[in-house]
Write a protein that binds this ligand. Structure first.
Ligand SMILES: NC(=O)c1ccc[n+]([C@@H]2O[C@H](COP(=O)([O-])OP(=O)(O)OC[C@H]3O[C@@H](n4cnc5c(N)ncnc54)[C@H](O)[C@@H]3O)[C@@H](O)[C@H]2O)c1
Length: 350
């Protein structure tokens, strides 16, 4: 685990038992008095009492906001309720907001922290694989609008992430797969060793090194380009199609699963255009199969296209597609909107 030291240890910790130490760690970092805790019902029922005990032992009084689990809660209504509760409980700008849960808690809690009194310190307590390996890091937060996913949000990095891998024991298998979608994405983007590790791994005993490796790929791009004006856009590999699929499924399709299908489509398309060697495409598809991740879009190009081309990633009439050129190497290609359909068709979306 040599790589661990490369992530700033003052802001990202990955250790078993961290949830029991949340209160003391916050106190050591100078926080006092009140804290807010945002979580979904499912995660709160599993880990809420443990976190509350740890916080109370360190003399924090806690304002708890719990919402129904799932993407459908990641909306303006829930966000507004969190803000109203923060105000009703008289949280101040210096009090921390703790987001306990998966990417939905992190994105919702993060956006509330970013905007309540123009910003209170955000602490991420990720409990899903996806949140530990991806969404807790990099500062993106926000909510979905009726028009599409993540359409309102902010860049607001957490001051601290405490990731306790013990939480993964209660994570259902489909949520492990969901996280693996983003981890494989990071492998394809910048770390072929992720492929080696996953090819050898027993799916029931995944090494935590995968989490750190995926985060390092993300961290490098985020540092280079915190506001996603250039290379950070590479992290959107598989996302233009993935977001459209999630939206069309009414958010019954999990994010990591949609990203996996998006990656498979763009990789097939890149291979058909001679940009990605066939051997690399086959390794990707084999890995997706091993971890039971989807490889097909399941919607027609006619249905998908209007959503993809309305995406916030469209600039000057071009959609920036992230195109794999080898395992660990991807490139941004601005594709004029009228040509996006050809890319979809070549990837098997007809
Ligand atoms: N901000 C970012 O950079 C970023 C990056 C990737 C994804 N995201 C967002 O993250 C969200 C997806 O994240 P997610 O897949 O974690 O979704 P999620 O938060 O809905 O969690 C998935 C499910 O797992 C449950 N769960 C979480 N931890 C658990 C545990 N330890 N034990 C048992 N159950 C547990 C939750 O209750 C939920 O039902 C999407 O909204 C996506 O847009 C954000």
């Amino acid at each position: 685990m040599k790589k661990e030291s490369l992530l700033p240890p003052e802001s990202y910790l990955l250790e078993p038992g961290l949830l029991d130490r949340v209160g003391m760690i916050l106190k050591e970092r100078g926080f006092r008095g009140k804290a807010a805790l945002v979580s979904d019902e499912r995660v709160f029922s599993l880990y809420g009492p443990q976190v509350l005990t740890a916080l109370r032992r360190a003399d924090f009084s806690v304002s708890v906001f719990v919402f129904p689990p799932g993407e459908r809660s990641k909306n303006l209504e829930t966000y507004g309720k969190i803000l109203e509760q923060l105000a009703a409980d008289q949280l101040e700008r210096s009090h921390p907001l703790l987001a306990l849960g998966g990417g939905v808690s992190g994105d919702l809690g993060g956006f509330a922290a970013a905007s309540y009194r123009r910003g209170m310190p955000l602490i991420q307590l990720p409990t899903s694989l996806l949140a530990m390996a991806d969404s807790c890091w990099g500062g993106k937060c926000g909510v979905d609008l009726k028009a599409g996913k993540n359409l309102a949000g902010a860049f607001y990095p957490p001051v601290l992430v405490l990731a306790d891998p013990d939480c993964l024991r209660t994570l259902p298998p489909e949520e492990i797969q969901n996280g693996l979608g983003e981890i494989i994405k990071c492998g394809l983007l910048g770390d072929p060793l992720i492929f080696d590790l996953l090819e050898k791994a027993n799916p029931d005993q995944l090494p935590t090194e995968l989490i750190l490796r995926a985060l390092l790929v993300k961290d490098k791009l985020v540092r280079e380009d915190p506001l996603e004006k250039g290379p950070r856009q590479l992290l959107n590999l598989g996302h233009s199609l993935g977001h459209a699929m999630e939206f069309l499924s009414g958010y019954t399709l999990a994010h990591g699963q949609a990203v996996a299908a998006g990656m498979a489509v763009i990789s097939r398309s890149a291979c058909a255009r001679g940009l990605l060697p066939e051997a690399d495409l086959l390794r990707l598809l084999k890995l997706l199969k091993k971890y039971k991740l989807p490889q097909e879009c399941g919607f027609s190009a006619g249905v998908i296209l209007p959503l993809m081309t309305a995406d916030k990633k469209v600039r000057d009439g071009r959609l920036n597609l992230v195109v794999p050129e080898a395992l660990g190497v991807c490139r941004l290609i601005p594709v004029p909107i009228p040509q996006v359909k050809e890319w979809l068709n070549a990837g098997g979306v007809l």
